[in-house]
Each structure stands twice: as C-alpha cells, then as structure tokens.
Design a protein around this ligand. Structure first.
Ligand SMILES: [Zn+2]
Length: 246
C-alpha cells in the first residue's frame, strides 16, 4: 500500500497531524459556485471563536516545528490556497488583530493574474509579486501551490516536475528565503508527485482530505466555508480535535 511505502516521510509527522484549517478567499460576494469564499465578517467571527476557545492560528512551518518538539498544544494551522489578493488587503489585518499568522500557497506563474483555472466562475485577482513580498514581511509564510494550478497526477512527468521544482526555485528567489511548504492543486496527489515534492526539498506538503496517505507530505486539512458559523464549527466531525484548550 502507498501508506507503508511512505513510512519514511511519515516520520515527519510523528503522532499524527495537528489540526489545520483550509481557506481560499475572504471577501464579499454575490455568487461563489466553487465555495471558496468566506465573507470578511464571518472570517473575523471564526478567528474570534478560535481565540476565545484558547487556539492560536499559526502558519504551517511554525506549527510543524512546534509539533516536532511536542509543543503544538493550542496551535491550529491556518492555510490559504491560491494567493488571492484579498489575503493582502483583508486577511492579514484580521489575523494580526488576533496575533495569528498563516501560510498562503501561491502560484509562481500567476502572480498578479487571476483564477483562470476556475472556468467560468467569478474572476478573482491574485496577489502580485510585491504583495507576496509584503505579506511575507508581515510575518506570513509563503508556500508553493505550483506554477499554474494544474492537477499534478494527470500531467506528463516533465511538466509535473517543473510545477514542483520551478515554483519552489522561483518563489525562493522572489523572497530571498527557502520556501518550505507545498500544497497540491485540487488536493490531487499520488506517490509520484509526493516523491517529487520530497526531491525538490520541501519539508512538508498540504493535501485536502484525511486519508490513509496522511503524512508530512500529505497533511490533511479541514475546509472552512462561509456557512461555518460557531455552531457549525462546533458540530463538525473534527470537533474532538478542536475542543477548548484546557
Ligand atoms: Zn488551489
């Protein structure tokens, strides 16, 4: 089975995965067919809810370093996929109000562009290079989401390799610090892509679903949507993992 073949990388995540929330975009909207957007007021309430229950939101690098030292208690990973411009103009300010940080996974070849991969859904702007550098200076972690947002397991080998390696190299160049984290577009991964992520030098990678694959290179995350008010957050099946910190 794939799980046992990955026993080596599994050691990156001893004791199982700490809780990690997955967001995309935070802005007001009329239509949101892909369910990737949370309204700013809702987002602010979700962060307040976490903080009042004793949780501190942090980026993935910090979360995993704490986890390895056995000191991740009370920490919840906050991740934002795609690198929407609202991360710069809305999300960071709200995070900072609570003393939280987060990881944003950006697309190296779509900086300053838009979500062209979402077909005919609403067009959303992506951060440009200067915005990415700015949020990094504000303490946010930048991870790679690849180059163009393509399903890696379906790509020819050389293109998949390019998505994984070049995105890390170019973002590292842009930021002047090594990019540690990768996030699979669409949560699409297989053994081949995970091995390539390992080869490229990433120290962790985020997936979407909890799976038998769960390990440091396929960290499962909890989708948070606009309908997740406090009661729904309570009721979600991950409730046991997000109970108040004693
Ligand atoms: Zn994405």
């Amino acid at each position: 089975m794939i799980g046992s073949e990955l026993a080596g990388v599994d050691q990156r995540l001893p004791g199982g995965a700490p809780p990690v929330l997955m967001y995309h975009s935070v802005q007001d909207y009329v239509s949101d067919p892909y369910r990737v957007t949370v309204r700013p007021e809702r987002f602010a309430r979700q962060l307040r809810w976490l903080r009042l229950r004793g949780w501190t939101g942090v980026g993935m690098g910090e979360l995993l370093r704490a986890h390895r030292r056995g000191r991740a208690r009370g920490l919840v990973g906050l991740t934002f996929d795609d690198g929407y411009a609202d991360f710069d103009d809305t999300v960071v300010a709200t995070l900072r109000e609570h003393g939280f940080t987060a990881t944003v996974f950006v697309l190296a070849h779509r900086l300053g562009g838009y979500n062209a991969w979402d077909g005919d859904g609403p067009r959303k702007s992506l951060m440009n290079a200067e915005q990415v550098r700015r949020v990094a200076r504000q303490g946010m972690e930048i991870g790679s989401h690849g180059l163009l947002h393509r399903p890696l397991s379906e790509l020819p080998h050389t293109e998949m390799v390019d998505e994984v390696h070049r995105s890390r190299a170019e973002l590292t160049e842009l930021l002047g610090v090594a990019v540690e984290g990768f996030c699979y577009p669409y949560g699409d991964l297989d053994r081949r892509t995970m091995r390539e992520v390992d080869q490229a030098g990433y120290s962790y990678a985020c997936a979407v679903r909890p799976a038998s694959l769960a390990c440091g290179l396929a960290i499962p995350r909890i989708h948070v949507g606009d309908r997740d008010n406090e009661l729904r957050l309570e009721a979600k099946r991950w409730r046991a993992r997000l109970r108040p910190v004693q």
